[in-house]
Design a protein around this ligand. Structure first.
Ligand SMILES: C[S@@+](CC[C@H](N)C(=O)[O-])C[C@H]1O[C@@H](n2cnc3c(N)ncnc32)[C@H](O)[C@@H]1O
Length: 309
């Protein structure tokens, strides 16, 4: 294997239930498709998928360890797909408008500090995403052990122009429960379920796009690319930084530039590829990258082209 191959080899075990969506392409859906955000160890998700074989269920979870734990439990299930990413930023990028029948969120972190308000389900960006991907009459259901937070969700989402509050329930009976929920209830404490229905069509703009490449009209040397190491750039809500450079060993002048980006705290690490084309060079996201073409990624590619040109 040449050094480019070594740089991009993924060490992740493969489970068919774990999927890697493509940038700028919404995920396929069935007539009944539902989503769980932040599924933890996947106990609820897997049991729910088993009990509802006619429903396609997606799960989005930010922790890779949780994704692997859920994948191990999900053996043999073909109506469950799980994705390791940040639902806060990616919800609207992963799904088209009016595609989901139901969205569950169980025991999300209430993010009680003011500085973390943009991470809450009540943040405008996130609630607009929810409202766009739900079908009209589709339902969003949030479960929490925090009464004050549940009231805040009821109040804020209940005022969203495309959502209406359906119910605020205290310790409702549920056919499937999670380990944490059982322990909490067995201690005599309450849980709160807040449910909303989408009342009318609503859309939001998407921020990720499909393939992007920039052509520059002259060849590039390794020295040119090494000069980018540790360079940084910044946009309104975006940041990027370049790292190590890997050169192909086949002598064809192909390079990979390690890159870190952040869009509104949604972080991605990937390689930008620089390869010869005709008399010049093509700069693009490396094909092996799982990254989404967010504004920060596009800016990083433009920055490489600008600095090399
Ligand atoms: C308190 S745990 C609850 C887990 C599970 N729902 C349950 O009831 O047992 C919150 C979960 O949300 C996940 N999470 C937090 N922020 C997230 C985000 N932005 N996108 C996706 N998952 C997230 C965490 O990794 C964690 O697994």
């Amino acid at each position: 294997m040449d050094i480019l191959g070594a740089a991009t080899t993924q060490a992740r075990p493969q489970y068919s239930v774990i999927i890697t969506p493509e940038s700028g392409s919404p995920l396929p859906v069935m007539p009944r498709t539902e989503l769980e955000i932040g599924f933890g160890n996947g106990e609820f998700t897997v049991q729910y998928a088993r009990m509802n074989p006619d429903v396609l269920i997606y799960g989005v979870e930010i922790s890779q360890a949780c994704v692997l734990r859920c994948a191990r439990r999900a053996d043999g299930l073909n109506n469950l797909r799980i994705i390791n990413t940040d639902a806060r930023y990616m919800l609207r990028e992963l799904f088209g408008d009016e595609t989901l029948q139901r969205i569950f969120m169980q025991f999300p972190c209430p993010w009680s500090k003011n500085a973390d308000a943009h991470r809450r389900v009540t943040a405008k960006d996130f609630s607009d995403g929810l409202a766009s991907v739900l079908k009209v009459s589709g339902v969003f259901e949030m479960l929490s052990d925090d009464e004050a937070y549940s009231h805040e969700v009821l109040d804020v989402l209940g005022r969203h122009e495309a959502l209406e509050a359906l119910a605020f329930e205290v310790s409702p009976h549920r056919d499937i429960t999670t380990k944490y929920e059982r322990k909490w209830l067995s201690e005599g404490r309450n849980i709160y379920r807040v449910t909303f229905r989408k009342t009318r069509a609503f859309t939001v703009s998407r921020r990720t796009s499909q393939d992007m490449h920039i052509k520059i009209t002259h060849g590039i040397t390794q020295q040119d690319i090494e000069a980018l190491r540790n360079a940084t750039g910044k946009g309104t809500k975006s940041f990027w930084k370049f790292g190590r450079v890997f050169a192909g060993t086949d002598g064809e002048g192909r390079y990979l530039l390690e890159t870190l980006t952040s869009d509104d705290e949604f972080e991605q690490k990937f390689y930008i590829s620089i390869s010869p084309k005709d008399e010049g060079s093509i700069i693009r996201l490396d094909k092996t990258a799982d990254a989404f073409l967010t504004p920060a990624v596009r800016s990083a590619i433009e920055d490489v082209a600008g600095r090399l040109a």
